[in-house]
Ligand binder design. Structure first.
Ligand code: GCW
Length: 717
């Protein structure tokens, strides 16, 4: 049997012997199934051989990925040669690693330290494609991009691709505990099998690093921000070091969360006061120790004085005092601190939406050079829709990094299909107006606006031990989109969705278009059936599963949905204009003026900023009450439409993935209806308005919805 036949026989054996695992989602978007070269002839002429490269582990990984990807996509093992022998060679490397590249017109100055170029060139008289970077990891990123061109069936001639990341730190935050429970995780247990580390390195860790590198993610915070000091003990540092060893060739650095009270818990000190010399010395020694285990350790992510976590305020110090102490210990090793701005206090009566700004803006300029303040996209907490956080644009002297949530704590867990890139894009495109028109949040976080020396974007990961990584097939798209937007905050959510659909499912236009459209509308559907018109935080207590807008008796006011919607007989919404909490004043003057005036506030944020009458006339001509019901109906109808769209695709998707998506959409429809009915039943008990003509009454009484309990809902904190 010749090579090609042997290869085909192997492929057949794999796909026929274990059909149940053939399409279980494990391959993510790195799914290198053979392309039909009758439809995609570019592949036949464009990729005939791979020129080998020698050098670092990273270059080996890049070459290995290209060999694996091209062989899979071509349907036969690609020839690996020392120099081009014919047209259609693919070369990779840096000018330093590969003499063949040294003389080529690469214009690599465009690629920066982590970027790459992919160019069609002539080498030794043969047409070839070169993938080059100034660094080995740049080459790896380029290799994944080249594979993506094939996976999405792009032309392979006349290539002149240049790409470089716009942010330096592109990081996944895992809220993973040492017992493998994942806070707000809906995809099984933690991917990190702490108990069996460092002895057993699951192959999945390598695939995790591959997937991260394929979208440019270059950091991983292994542990929950609700931190456990045990993760800083030698036994656990050894485990973290083992993971760092797996990730290193892929350019993914390891970070840990630092529990602020660790000097007391681990060091036996009486205090964790950041100005105490013994505390500072303890952290310095601890950090030095970490670097002995992990020489390229990235640094710490810290949640302090937030939701009961210890912090500098316990000692009457401020956030800068706390962050700078850790920064000082990390600086000699080039480590950084990501200090979270997600704070709100149980003692303060100040509107929760204002608190982060109140605490942090006065500290602008007080943080050490290797500190970034990590800010959630909105002022409260990863809701289906929030305005952008007023911190963006308000701290020109402090690098602010973005924190998005990829796991869908407030958007239906892993069962609801909600593509989050439009949410991310809406925030990144939002105009802070702090330096005139066009001062977008993207320009804040990529450093363009204030000249930040450090830049970054973090995403709270949705990755777990589930075979399909993310708990649902479509949630993989949110991981993918996060990485792509961290690389380029101006990328289009639609284009990213299209790439993902083509790579993950199919290039069939009859599939791509409707499925991308379905994804693009999916987040807005969730907004409509959960929290339309600027409502927020109506989710069930603690677990955040399902509707509970009626809850108003929890000990901390801001834990109650009633705190957020403020519905009463006169109307609904939180007044944050000058007549209310004046949170609008935290935005730059033009934005503040828009949000302060209910007539100028966009309707999709109306109830976030204003308490308005049930009878207020909306642009649709409906009253607010009618509009609210209309939005809820619209959300449910949108999910029904998603189901219809998916049902037409049964022949175009493998049966395994088709069936799971279909089943999850059915759950989503039921839960969307539940949200709609429960919220309408509750709000009607206050508005006392009749349902608009044609609107269906809720299926059950308000008492019924209030009686539902979910003590075992997943992902609890
Ligand atoms: O979204 C909320 C979650 C908490 C989480 C917290 C945070 C890790 O409900 O579970 O704690 O935010 O971001 O710190």
């Amino acid at each position: 049997m010749n090579h090609r036949l042997l290869w085909l026989a192997c492929l057949a054996a794999v796909s026929f012997s274990c059909p149940a695992t053939a399409e279980d989602g494990y391959d993510l978007w790195l799914r290198y199934r053979a392309a039909d070269t009758r439809e995609y002839s570019a592949l036949t002429s464009g990729v005939r051989e791979l020129v080998t490269v020698s050098g670092s582990e990273t270059l080996k990984v890049a070459q290995g990925e290209l060999a694996r990807g091209i062989s899979g996509l071509v349907g036969a093992p690609v020839a690996q040669v020392a120099a081009p022998t014919q047209s259609g060679a693919v070369l990779l490397g840096t000018p330093r690693s590969s003499p063949l590249l040294a003389g080529l017109p690469l214009a690599l100055d465009r690629a920066g330290s982590e970027g790459y170029v992919i160019r069609s060139v002539i080498v030794n008289g043969h047409a070839a494609t070169v993938i080059a970077g100034n660094s080995d990891v740049g080459v790896l990123y380029g290799a994944f991009h080249f594979l993506r061109l094939i996976q999405t069936r792009q032309a392979l001639t006349g290539l002149d691709v240049v790409s470089r990341p716009r942010t330096q730190l592109r990081i996944l935050d895992h809220w993973d505990n040492l017992d493998r429970h994942v806070e707000r995780g809906y995809s099984g247990q933690s991917i990190w099998d702490w108990h069996r580390l460092p002895g057993w390195l699951e192959p999945r860790y390598t695939d995790y690093a591959r997937a991260c590198a394929s979208i440019g993610v270059n950091g991983s915070v292994l542990t929950n921000v609700n931190a456990n000091a045990t993760s800083l003990t030698p036994a656990y540092l050894e485990k973290a070091a083992a993971l760092a060893g797996v990730f290193r060739p892929y350019g993914v650095r390891v970070y840990l969360t630092a529990r602020f009270s660790a000097p007391i818990e681990l060091g036996g000190l009486k205090t964790a006061d950041p100005l105490d010399p013994a505390v500072r010395a303890w952290w310095k020694a601890k950090v030095d120790e970490i670097y002995r285990y992990i020489p390229d350790f990235g640094g710490f992510l810290v949640k302090a004085n937030s939701e009961g976590q210890p912090g500098p305020q316990d000692y009457k110090r401020n956030h800068a005092d706390g962050a700078n102490m850790l920064a000082e210990a990390l600086a000699p090793h080039d480590g950084i601190v990501m200090w979270r701005a997600f704070v709100y206090s149980s003692e303060k009566t100040e509107d929760r939406a204002r608190q982060a700004y109140s605490e942090f803006v006065p500290l602008d300029g007080k943080f050490a050079d290797n500190v970034l303040v990590q800010v959630k996209n909105g002022p409260i907490d990863f809701q289906p829709r929030e305005p952008f956080s007023p911190l963006f644009g308000a701290m020109p002297k402090t690098p602010l990094m973005m924190e998005f949530q990829i796991t869908k704590e407030y958007l239906g867990f892993a069962t609801h299909l909600a593509y989050l890139a439009p949410l991310y894009e809406e925030v990144l495109d939002a105009d802070t107006m702090v330096a005139g028109k066009g001062s977008t949040v993207a320009k804040v976080i990529d450093g363009a606006l204030h000249g930040y020396k450090l830049t970054g974007m973090a995403g709270v990961a949705n990755i777990g031990s589930d075979r399909n990584w993310s708990g649902s097939h479509f949630d993989q798209a949110n991981w993918f989109a996060f990485g792509r937007l961290a690389w380029d905050p101006d990328a289009s959510s639609q284009a990213i969705a299209e790439d993902w659909v083509r790579m993950t499912f199919s290039n069939d236009p009859a599939f791509v278009k409707p499925v991308v459209d379905m994804m693009m509308g999916s987040r807005e559907a969730v907004v409509d059936y959960m929290t339309p018109l600027g409502l927020a935080h109506l989710m069930g207590t603690g677990h955040h599963y399902g509707p509970a807008p009626w809850v108003g008796d929890l000990s901390r006011p801001e834990w109650n949905p009633a705190y957020y919607h403020r519905a009463d007989a006169s109307g609904i919404g939180f007044e944050r204009g000058p007549g209310g909490s004046n949170a609008t004043a935290q935005y730059s003057p033009k934005v503040a003026a828009r949000y302060a005036d209910p007539k100028k506030t966009p309707e999709n944020l109306l109830l976030w900023f204003h308490h308005v009458s049930w009878d207020r006339r909306m642009t649709s001509g409906r009253t607010l009450w009618e509009e609210l019901v209309h939005r809820y109906d619209h959300g449910v109808e949108a999910v029904r439409q998603m189901r219809r769209t998916w049902d037409t695709q049964s022949g175009r998707v493998d049966p395994e993935r088709f069936a799971q998506v279909a089943a999850f959409l059915a759950i989503q429809e039921q839960e969307a209806k539940w949200w709609r009915d429960a919220c309408i039943a509750y709000f009607q008990s206050l508005s006392k308005r009749p349902l608009p003509p044609g609107a269906e009454p809720p299926a059950h009484s308000l008492e019924y919805y209030q009686s539902l309990k979910f003590p075992y809902a997943p992902g609890r904190g």
